[in-house]
Design a protein around this ligand. Structure first.
Ligand code: AMP
Length: 421
């Protein structure tokens, strides 16, 4: 007996149906927004991720050498791969580029409920649009996906890391360390860094401002604490809220939250996280924002914004709120009775399938009553029983499993009878 590796999952048919339900709602909505699907490799050069996130990322990765001695890593997310793809091959396409992808990602995490070493993300990126409308569009897709899944408990927290950046009078690398300590709510580290930079006085306003979360009044409070440096960034968030109104996104679906920092260096402007409050500790189902990565990978400066939603957590959340629609049951299970009817049974099976119906056939040669038990167990809607005597008259028995009602029917009417029931 082998066990699967720690932090990975096997997903059975029922679970896969739920995952596909959630994924397909995202894909439908993304397509309706004009996003188009891309796919990138599950592993990349290790330096793609260190260029994006610094050498510290390696301990969070599945990094390895291949047999040619190349340093590679399984992707921990999609943005780096998509921006690599953009810079190397998609740069000359008409802008904006709106791309989505869905797949598995890998991180060397301490596994717990909702946190795995292999997990799945739904990802969308907008490259080369103007910042404000692109940010609004990305948020509308992220929040809209939650709604399309049927989730009622949606809470996005929207901040603007540009506000903190313009408040911090340091070069980007030092800003990065301060932002990282704020992201981790590591206040000893914050104090130490600010002391090193000779600006201890900033600790108190920074600690106050990251506590601000709520409706638009939060923006006024932030202005009072941060002063003129925050003016532009706060006005941006007001304008963003106006656009979200136009998209029909309810004000109760999001809060302004000055504490959304997302410590990674490449975020530049609007940043957001989405929680599903019914999930407990691992309640964060997604996050994203405006960033600058194309430049890091050798491309020219264009606005980039995007997000990732965690599929595993969205499914847990949809289960908790009971929004998942059951998969379509098998329409018909075909039972040949006696060897003489198998040939005709396969023809009927094929015509049901050709009509777009879900149809299956007995593969074991069981008797009719065992076959009915099986059809019941797999929740087939109908059973088509083909006895040799009926077949001679061009007829079959159609049994509706929900009520056990059976009738004889001409074979040429079978497809319509199953389809129209
Ligand atoms: P991040 O790229 O860290 O912002 O992650 C985006 C989303 O992916 C998170 O909000 C989670 O829903 C999901 N996610 C990240 N890491 C994991 C993990 N280890 N297991 C399950 N879901 C994850």
């Amino acid at each position: 007996m082998f066990e699967r590796p720690r932090g990975t999952n096997d997903w059975g048919p029922e679970e896969m149906a739920k995952r596909r339900f959630v994924e397909s709602r995202f894909i439908q909505l993304a397509e309706s927004f004009g996003f188009r699907e891309v796919s990138t490799p599950a592993f990349e050069s290790l330096d793609l991720f260190t260029a994006k996130s610094g050498p510290g990322i390696v301990k969070e990765l599945y990094a390895f050498k291949d047999q040619g001695g190349r340093d590679l890593a399984l992707r921990p997310e999609f943005t780096a791969s998509i921006l690599r793809f953009y810079v190397s091959s998609l740069r000359s396409r008409p802008k904006p580029l709106k791309l989505y992808t869905s797949g598995n990602a890998f991180r060397y995490e301490e596994p717990q409920r909702g946190r795995y070493r292999e997990f799945s993300q739904l990802n969308a990126e907008i490259i080369g649009g103007a910042a404000l409308p692109s940010d609004a569009e990305a948020l509308a897709l992220a929040i809209g996906t939650m709604r399309a899944i049927g989730l009622k408990q949606v809470k996005a927290r929207i901040g603007n890391i540009g506000i903190l950046r313009s408040y911090l009078p340091f070069p980007p690398a030092d800003q990065g360390v301060v932002l990282h300590s704020l992201d981790k709510r590591n206040f000893p580290m914050l104090e130490a860094e600010l002391a090193r930079l000779g600006r201890r006085d900033l600790a108190s306003p920074l600690r106050k401002v990251i506590e601000l979360s709520g409706d638009a009044s939060v923006l006024d409070d932030a202005a009072k604490i941060l002063g003129a440096a925050a003016k532009e960034g706060l006005a941006y968030l007001r304008d963003l809220a106006g656009l979200l109104d136009d998209y029909g996104i309810r004000r109760s679906d999001y809060a302004f939250d000055m504490g959304v920092v997302r410590g990674l260096d490449y975020y530049t402007g609007m940043v957001f996280e989405i929680d599903s409050p019914n999930l407990g500790a691992e309640k964060q189902v997604g996050g994203g924002g405006a960033y600058r990565l194309a430049e890091v990978f050798g491309g020219e400066a264009v606005a980039q914004t995007g997000f990732a939603l965690g599929l595993d957590r969205l499914v847990m959340s949809a289960e908790a709120e009971r929004t998942i629609e059951p998969p379509r049951p098998l329409d018909a299970y075909v039972v040949p009775v006696g060897d003489g009817s198998r040939k005709k049974a396969i023809q009927i099976l094929t015509s049901l399938r050709a009509a777009g119906l879900g149809a299956d056939i007995d593969l074991i040669g069981r008797g009719p009553s065992k076959n009915l038990d099986y059809a019941n167990a797999i929740s087939a809607r109908f059973v088509v029983i083909l006895g040799e005597r009926e077949l001679k008259q061009g007829r079959a028995t159609l049994r509706e499993m929900a009520n056990g009602v059976q009738r004889e029917i001409a074979i040429e009417d079978l497809v319509d009878a199953v389809r129209d029931a």
